[in-house]
Design a protein around this ligand. Structure first.
Ligand code: COA
Length: 195
């Protein structure tokens, strides 16, 4: 497989919107917040997020030149806004998303509230185009994140809403710290301690 990993560039935005919307449209939290099959809402959300939220380190994977994966991670304390900032930020940023906004606020306020108050590098999102999943691309992207954790001697942290992802992240040394239901969806909070 001809796989190339490189840093994200703003010129990748359209391809990343497509890959992330396709990868996440069936994720339980996205189904709950945006609705079933709402590829339009997912595309709108990821376009806003790529331009306004994902300001950490980001990399893309290209298979035979076609963009098929994206990963973003950012060091605490700038990884998520303070919980009290969420309603205003989400309402301003996401007002084009209409009926999804209240659930989105509930969901993100909870994630912000639970964000560890100690130094960590926060993962999210990571997504691989559905037709390219289970071929090692997610692992190759995760290896970049793990290398950053090792280099910075930092704890890793993430949230996930798919049980199959819990086993995926365990392969990289993550353990479940907390589990709860957010907007009707079981959500796992995982961290990767320092060795
Ligand atoms: C999670 C994700 C990034 C993994 O990327 P990937 O390229 O498929 O991952 P890899 O091929 O490197 O590794 C796949 C491993 O992940 C696990 N896994 C991923 N998806 C799985 C599924 N649907 N069912 C079972 N196991 C799955 C398995 O352990 C699998 O290993 P295996 O193929 O040897 O059994 C990708 O599946 C994805 O984009 N999912 C949708 C979006 C998402 O949930 N992102 C993460 C949000 S927290």
């Amino acid at each position: 497989m001809n796989l190339v990993l490189r840093k994200y560039s703003p010129a990748d935005v359209d391809d990343c919107v497509s890959v992330l919307a396709d990868a996440f449209v069936s994720s339980p939290l996205h189904l709950s917040a945006f609705g079933n099959g709402r590829i339009d809402q997912n595309r709108r959300f990821f376009r806003l997020a790529l331009r306004n939220m994902f300001f950490g380190q980001a990399f893309v994977a290209l298979h035979d030149g076609a963009l098929c994966g994206y990963i973003h991670f950012r060091a605490w304390p700038y990884c998520l806004p303070a919980p009290e900032e969420i309603p205003n930020a989400a309402a301003t940023l996401l007002k084009s998303m209409g009926e999804a906004v209240p659930k989105f606020i509930q969901w993100f306020a909870r994630w912000c509230h639970l964000d560890p108050q100690e130094p960590h590098v926060h993962l999210g999102p990571i997504g691989v185009a559905p037709g390219r999943q289970r071929q090692g691309i997610g692992t190759a992207l995760m290896d970049l994140y793990i290398a950053e954790l090792e280099q910075e001697r930092s704890i890793g942290y993430l949230e996930t809403d798919r049980v199959e992802n819990v086993s995926f992240y365990k392969k990289f040394g993550f353990v479940v710290k907390h589990e709860e239901v957010v907007i009707g969806t079981t959500t796992w909070y995982m961290s990767r301690p320092l060795n």
